[in-house]
Design a protein around this ligand. Structure first.
Ligand code: B12
Length: 227
């Protein structure tokens, strides 16, 4: 099968009615076809976002959103191990990552963590629904360089701000870079809360961490870095 066909099939099985097993089969076929892994992830991401748009428009309901979410999780479980380290210089550093309080979305966060790991960073993944203080304690205990906050909902966005506030209250803001991302997180929002960096996707997030680590600037940086 030609590569564009296999990507189209991947989009279809995530968007349309299909079983989790079918999605896994197509994801494996994508890998076997030799398609660039980033193109495959991009196609799957476009499809699941389209599902989100249908949900928002009221064209589908929660059970369908949940099935699509499960299919996307399994698709990513097949694709993620094939993400390769790029040939850029490995900077290294330790990153504490998680999805903030009130939010259980982790597909994007897991992709970001994987991309950071293949680029040579040590990752401490705190999972989902992580309270602000837990990020701070974990970063301190792990001797982290960077705290990475994921948020997929407008209602969980304020918790990104809260992590920065807690760091300031504990006089620890100069110990960690704080980077933010996720669907509703814009560069403007990142700037407004004084985050050190924002990135649009997993590859850019890993590049952002490399830029911060190489900058030699102590956190907080004067201007939010956007790769
Ligand atoms: C799949 C999905 C689910 C799945 C999640 C499965 C899982 N394991 O994550 C399930 C079904 C469980 C789910 C549940 C809910 N969901 Co939902 N979900 C989605 C959906 C369709 C896709 C999200 C996704 O996986 N995208 C694909 C990944 C690859 O992209 P991504 O997450 O954006 O991540 C990329 C970038 O953003 C970036 N990034 C991500 N994190 C970070 C972090 C850093 C530091 C950086 C630098 C970059 C970065 O890099 C990633 C990789 O490229 C979105 C729609 C959308 N447009 O996002 C709705 C969406 C997020 N959900 C929504 C809602 C409302 C809900 C529910 C409340 C539904 C309900 N009534 O119960 C619950 C939430 C419960 C809770 N408390 O969290 C709304 C949120 C609206 C809002 N308020 O903002 C959305 C936007 C749908 C919509 N349009 O209405 N959901």
């Amino acid at each position: 099968m030609v590569q564009s066909d296999v990507l189209e099939r991947l989009r279809k099985v995530i968007l349309e009615e299909s079983s989790v097993e079918e999605v896994e089969d197509v994801a494996r076929a994508v890998i076997e076809s030799g398609v660039d892994i980033n193109d495959a992830i991009h196609a799957a991401t476009e499809a699941i976002r389209a599902v989100g748009d249908c949900f928002e428009a009221g064209d589908i309901y929660l059970p369908e959103l949940m099935i699509a979410g499960r299919k996307m999780e399994r698709c990513m479980a097949v694709l993620r191990p094939h993400i390769k380290a790029s040939d850029s210089g490995v900077q290294g550093g330790r990153i504490v990552i998680g999805t903030v309080s009130g939010d259980i979305h982790d597909i994007g966060k897991n992709l970001v963590a994987t991309m950071m790991a293949v680029r040579g960073f040590d990752i401490v993944d705190l999972g989902v629904n992580v309270p602000p203080l837990k990020f701070v304690h974990a970063a301190k205990d792990a001797g982290a360089d960077i705290i990475a906050l994921s948020s997929l909902m407008t209602t969980s966005l304020p918790y990104q701000q809260e992590v920065i506030d807690v760091l300031k209250e504990l006089n620890m803001r100069d110990r960690f870079y704080v980077i933010v991302g996720g669907g509703p997180v814009t560069p403007e929002f990142a700037r407004s809360i004084g985050a050190d960096g924002w990135a649009e996707n997993a590859a850019a997030a890993a590049r952002l961490c490399e830029m911060l680590m190489a900058s030699g600037i102590k956190p907080p940086v004067a201007e939010t870095v956007i790769p």
